[in-house]
Design a protein around this ligand. Structure first.
Ligand code: GUN
Ligand code: FE
Length: 423
């Protein structure tokens, strides 16, 4: 169990609209959890390890609610297609390489090393259909000190032969990966049907049963692209919406559920998101790169839906959730100006809230400096931003400038569940 003190200036979300600054304070972490802020250190804590980050910006750890680890090698490449041809042309061929464990090890080392240096402390990641490579990724993330979920992907139709599993083999391998991942403490399994087009009704139903029996969360994609939505209507004609296609097979709302994108989730689909308490992973970079459209984030929030941010590597190019914050704000402004709805644009405190306190709820009590929360803490160094205004800026403004200018920089220090991440 780790206990320590961090001295410095802190920013976190009080709620959706309000960022709180806590300046010149000592944050006490006891047994890996946040205890509280103290102006002077009480006698009983005097012997605890002490970190002084006085000139830095200290924020809670960020959550990436949607990332494809096996797509990291082609980040920043090949984004001139929409979703379905992009999957066929680029994504499936790359993911098929993970059958080879040597390739997977090499590629996942690169992914985990970069994730470790980022401001992300929690991930909800897709791996591939390959059990061995998926377990290798889990092992590397655990060894790096990170926390979250990694899904072995399920696919039994509409993909290249090399990425299709026979339905019962897919189920058997999923059960085996669940069993073998018991050795990990901070990285857990998650049920991961890739999306409706690549999963038969039978497979979806069986995965729903596994989620229920093993009390496992579920992740997938929803209403990302117009051609995809049309295809789902043909594939599951009995469903009332794309969302309903997951729901009728028992995949929604039994345990924690997160759906990436939801660009076209209106009316009955929105109602289902609300009723089943489904988290939406908003992925602004991917929405833009794959010309998918823009998720109506403020409308989702106004409807009471939980929203977090996702990098959606390699639909998105940047592993940084600070970058996703910045781009979530930008695309919301385009949505406001260009679409004929009454949506507002996202404010900076709202984007920060999605990345920390709201997205963090998918993992438990994560993403704020509140007593009893897991001590996920990130220290940012803004000394390389030269401006004559520095002494006039509030900590919140320094953070905003950091997000816009330095989102892809390595963090100065990072703690996950109260454990310091070492280089
Ligand atoms: N839908 C199904 N698979 C994928 C994927 O790998 N990336 C994105 N962005 N959408 C998907
Ligand atoms: Fe995705």
């Amino acid at each position: 169990m780790d206990s320590f003190i961090i001295h410095g200036n802190f920013v976190h979300s009080k709620n959706r609209f309000v960022l709180e600054e806590i300046n010149d304070m000592n944050l006490v972490v006891l047994n890996n959890k946040i205890d509280g802020f103290y102006k002077t250190i009480p006698e009983c804590f005097k012997n605890l390890e002490y970190y002084d980050y006085s000139d830095k910006i200290i924020i809670p750890g960020l959550s990436d609610l949607h990332v494809h680890a096996p797509q990291y090698q082609f980040r920043g490449l090949w984004m001139d297609m929409e979703l379905l041809p992009w999957l066929d042309r680029h994504t499936f061929p790359e993911e098929s390489k993970y059958k080879n464990l040597d390739y997977a090890n090499k590629a996942y080392d690169i992914f985990v090393e970069d994730l470790k240096k980022s401001a992300t402390t929690r991930v909800c990641a897709f791996a591939t259909i390959h059990e061995e490579a998926t377990l290798a990724l889990m092992k590397k993330l655990e060894a790096a000190g990170l926390s979250g979920f990694v899904g072995k992907v399920n696919t039994d139709r509409n993909a290249p032969d090399i990425l299709i599993e026979e339905s019962d083999v897919s189920i058997k391998n999923t059960l085996s990966y669940i069993e073998k991942s018991k050795e990990f403490k901070n990285i857990k399994p998650i049920i991961t049907p890739r999306f409706i087009p690549t999963c038969s009704d039978y497979l979806l139903k069986e995965l729903g049963k596994i989620s229920k029996e093993y009390k496992l969360p579920v992740q997938s994609h929803l209403s990302e692209n117009l051609s995809e939505i049309e295809w789902v209507k043909e594939l599951v004609p009995q469903s009332k919406s794309y969302a309903d296609a997951y729901n009728i097979f028992g995949l929604w709302g039994i345990n924690k559920t997160v759906m990436a994108h939801c660009v076209y989730s209106y009316e009955s689909e929105l109602e289902l998101l609300q009723n089943k308490n489904v988290f939406v992973a908003h992925c602004p970079d991917s929405n833009t790169n794959l010309t998918s459209g823009v998720a109506r984030v403020t409308a989702l929030l106004d409807s009471g839906v939980n929203v977090g941010l996702g990098s959606d590597i390699a639909g998105g190019e940047d592993i940084s959730i600070l970058s996703a914050m910045k781009n979530a704000i930008k695309v919301s402004k385009l949505n406001k100006r260009l679409s004929h709805n009454n949506d507002g644009s996202l404010l900076f405190p709202e984007a920060f809230y999605l990345a920390t306190k709201m997205g963090g709820q998918f993992f438990g009590n994560v993403g704020a400096f509140i007593k009893g929360y897991d001590a996920d803490i990130v220290v940012l160094d803004d000394s390389s931003i030269k401006t004559t205004l520095k002494s006039e800026l509030t900590l919140k403004e320094r953070l905003e400038q950091y997000v816009y200018l330095k989102s892809s920089d390595c963090v100065f220090a990072k703690f996950v569940k109260g454990r310091k991440i070492e280089d």
